[in-house]
Design a binder for this molecule. Structure first.
Ligand SMILES: Nc1ncnc2c1ncn2[C@@H]1O[C@H](COP(=O)(O)OP(=O)(O)OP(=O)(O)O)[C@@H](O)[C@H]1O
Ligand SMILES: [Mg+2]
Length: 231
């Protein structure tokens, strides 16, 4: 089964949508579109009747809602639909899962809590934003991160894990462990900032690994493909 990303042009790049129930790492430099891409994924899920979980370690629900309010992909409606659980790591609910920063929790406990939450509520789509703070909350060792990722991989939901890694030559564990890696680029050219998106890998799908032009439009992110130009 394939899952629609909710981003115009992106499903074509991955040969008809993301293989369902898998773990995808969404990475790229600051401001490159990771959170927007993930928000479109959840809004699309809600429109398909999916149950969704957004774990945020960067922003409160209100801040994210405000950030996405300039687009018309229906993020605010999605949050209000009752189909999205927003878990802010710094809220009371969040602290039940993650504990206080610095107070190192057993990663097994955190992984198990998130996985059982996803399974008990039959959640279809998960976004974790991001690994940077995850590393802050859980023991900063390779083992604990791997444990967390393996647990996410085993859950039945289609999951986006946002990763801030900016150096393409420095792949981390999550890039190898994930079923797929989507890389957002932004680079300066003579005529200003150019944005692009690249699917570096996707197990089990015949993907196009070229860098595609990416634009922020009123509809959110739009990917240019050979067949459809970004408008
Ligand atoms: N219409 C718009 N509404 C909001 N942001 C926009 C819009 N058009 C372009 N942007 C840009 O989108 C960027 C934010 O994208 P997003 O939050 O998805 O990036 P990110 O990769 O998650 O960044 P970070 O690593 O900082 O979390 C901002 O830098 C903003 O300038
Ligand atoms: Mg972000």
């Amino acid at each position: 089964m394939r899952v629609s990303s909710g981003v115009s042009g992106f499903d074509e790049v991955v040969d008809g949508g993301l293989p369902a129930g898998r773990l995808y790492v969404v990475c790229g430099p600051p401001g490159s579109g990771k959170t927007t891409f993930s928000s479109q994924f959840l809004a699309e899920g809600v429109s398909q009747g999916d149950r969704c979980l957004f774990v945020s370690m960067h922003e409160s629900e209100a801040d994210l809602e405000a950030d996405m309010s300039g687009y018309d992909f229906g993020f605010s409606e999605a949050l209000d639909s009752g189909q999205v659980t927003f878990l802010d790591a710094f809220s009371q609910d969040g602290k039940r899962f993650f504990g206080m920063p610095g107070e190192r929790r057993d990663s097994n406990t955190i992984s198990n809590r998130i996985t059982s939450f996803v399974e008990s509520r039959d959640i279809d789509r998960v976004v974790v934003d991001s690994t940077m703070l995850l590393r802050y909350f859980i023991d900063d060792t390779d083992d604990t991160m791997i444990q967390f990722l393996s647990s996410l991989k085993r859950a039945n939901a289609t999951t986006y894990l946002i990763s801030e890694m900016t150096d393409p030559s420095a792949y981390a564990d999550e890039h190898y462990l994930a079923h797929g890696v989507v890389f957002f680029h932004n680079y300066m050219e003579d005529d200003g900032m150019t944005r692009g998106v690249q699917v570096v890998k996707m197990r089990g799908a015949d993907v196009d690994t070229d860098i595609h032009d990416l634009r922020f439009t009123d509809r959110g992110l739009v990917v240019a493909t050979d067949r459809s130009d970004a408008r």
